[in-house]
Design a protein around this ligand. Structure first.
Ligand code: AHQ
Length: 239
């Protein structure tokens, strides 16, 4: 990409990265075919929780780097979506992290086990920590571009939800509420993030860096699943 792309060409180039997205990973393919064992599902829930609980940290990093008040006023909602919030000392919104803890209980993994980072596979920890560090150290618009994997998320989550309800009857379906909520939040998030990237990346270099950020995130999600798919044969990899 040597010349400045029009907004349509730039959006198409971003959307072409769908071919790198983790919906194509064998682990998700096996999940959607109903082929995962209970142990594999529990391993996925435990390790994905580490990703989920770090989302507010990476979004707070983006806020801390973003000088634009209007963008911060919008972006801060992502932290509330995951952390939830109290109003007048009452739990007004539970949030996505609480919903994932309930997913854990639905698959037979205790809240304490999910909250213990010692159960996280090294490969997952490195991928997630790389994401948080990326959002701490890169320009805010590149960090926002890395969230554009959410252009591809809703279709993947929709297929997953159908498969989980169809093939994994041992799981209390109320545990899937996290994904049902994401189906509404993610498209709005993705639309807002895409418009920001299209409007703010007005040089060849910024467009290249935005595409590079999206590829980085696709590879991060892929690496995370590689680690989850393989598991860890060492007796106890806890640090
Ligand atoms: O549950 C997910 C989530 O809250 C987010 C936030 C967003 C971001 O800001 O990077 N990305 C993301 C994703 C979530 N779920 C993943 C899934 O497959 O369940 C997809 C993932 C993403 O596409 O980035």
């Amino acid at each position: 990409m040597q010349e400045l792309l029009s907004p349509i060409e730039f959006e198409n180039l971003l959307r072409q990265q769908h071919r790198r997205y983790h919906h194509l990973h064998p682990f998700h393919q096996r999940m959607n075919a109903g082929e995962l064992t209970q142990e594999e599902v529990r391993r996925w829930v435990i390790n994905r929780f580490y990703y989920q609980r770090n989302i507010p940290l990476k979004d707070a990093a983006i806020l801390s780097n973003c000088p634009d008040r209007e963008v911060r006023r919008e972006w801060i909602q992502r932290i509330i979506d995951h952390d939830g919030r109290n109003i007048d000392g009452k739990d007004a919104e539970a949030g996505g992290i609480e919903a994932w803890l309930r997913l854990g209980e639905a698959v037979g993994v205790s809240r304490d086990k999910l909250l213990d980072d010692g159960n996280v596979l090294p490969g997952v920890r490195y991928a997630v920590d790389a994401y948080v560090n990326f959002c701490k150290t890169k320009p805010w618009i590149e960090a926002i571009a890395s969230s554009l994997t959410e252009l591809f998320g809703p279709d993947a989550i929709r297929d997953r939800l159908v498969a989980l309800e169809k093939y994994y009857s041992w799981i209390d379906p109320s545990g899937f509420d996290y994904f049902r909520v994401r189906l509404h939040q993610a498209p709005q998030d993705a639309r807002y993030a895409l418009n920001l990237v299209l409007q703010n990346c007005q040089t060849v270099e910024m467009q290249q860096n935005a595409v590079g950020a999206l590829i980085f995130k696709c590879d991060l999600l892929w690496s995370q699943l590689e680690a989850i798919d393989r598991g860890d044969t060492r007796l106890d990899f806890r640090f």
